[in-house]
Design a protein around this ligand. Sequence first.
Ligand SMILES: C[S@@+](CC[C@H](N)C(=O)[O-])C[C@H]1O[C@@H](n2cnc3c(N)ncnc32)[C@H](O)[C@@H]1O
Length: 310
Amino acid sequence: MITKTAKPFVKWVGGKTQLLPHLTKIVDTIYLNNQIDSYVEPFIGGGALFFWLCSNKQVKSAIISDVNEDLILTYRVVQQFTKKLINQLALLEQQYVAANDEHREIMYYEIRKQYNLEKTQINYEKLVTNWSVNRASKFIFLNKTCFNGLYRQNSKGQFNVPFGRYKTPKICDADNLINCAATLKNVNILCGDFKSTEKYVVKNSLVYLDPPYKPITKTASFTKYHKDDFGDDDQIRLADYYKRIDELGAKIILSNSDPMSVNSNNSFFDDLYSNFDISRVDVLRAVSAAAASRKVVKELIIKNFELGLI
Ligand SMILES: C[S@@+](CC[C@H](N)C(=O)[O-])C[C@H]1O[C@@H](n2cnc3c(N)ncnc32)[C@H](O)[C@@H]1O
């Protein structure tokens, strides 16, 4: 399938705007020289590379997955109940745009409160139209109006990002949602730990792994997407997964932060992936909680092949 140009329908921390040109160049070369039968992305987040791929290449089959239940519920609603979702988002946008700053803030915190209250009653296995569309519309509304499009939960799993003060947030991007739905039409959307995608990987799969980044300073924590953190033990589990699917013959690309950017002795990833091709690219990142401290750091792209040799 090559679908119309679709782009991520949520803003996601760790979204790949800066890495995307590097990643797409690699994918172009893979597609030129190899037969790719399936695409597997176990940490889908906003899906920047996935949406680019489906808009630019023939993707015969795709499996996307994430541990965040509400994100995955929203992908499924975009896939199956597009029109109903667009209608609800259009209503929310109308209400939000008509309100003054004070009422916008009240509306945001009211929806956040309802979103957190109903969380305990949800059966994520069931996709019953009304409640699932309602929940997905709250998810997108909060994403578009919260501070920086963050998704952060407290230890009880409650979404706790403050109000964002955007002048004209596009809460209902109907055209893009329709294009996303077309892209997702035959895609297998799973929810769970990355390990559960292993059984879908075969010789001719392209696998993109974009896990929560390892924090490179004590104050920078890019890992709190979900109440369960992604720690060093998970990075090690992921390296084992990488080695197993490498043996199957799949083409694998992984991105992560580079701890060497701040400590030249920290060879955590160089050691874990010593048998693979590691390259470093420059990106501009906030390396501490203060936005003013954005600076150029390196990020890692780890492949199980060399571009000149495939
Ligand atoms: C760096 S983000 C992915 C960003 C994505 N590439 C994009 O373009 O927006 C990492 C994602 O991993 C998910 N995640 C965290 N722990 C996970 C786990 N154990 N298994 C699968 N997904 C996980 C988070 O919910 C988050 O969406």
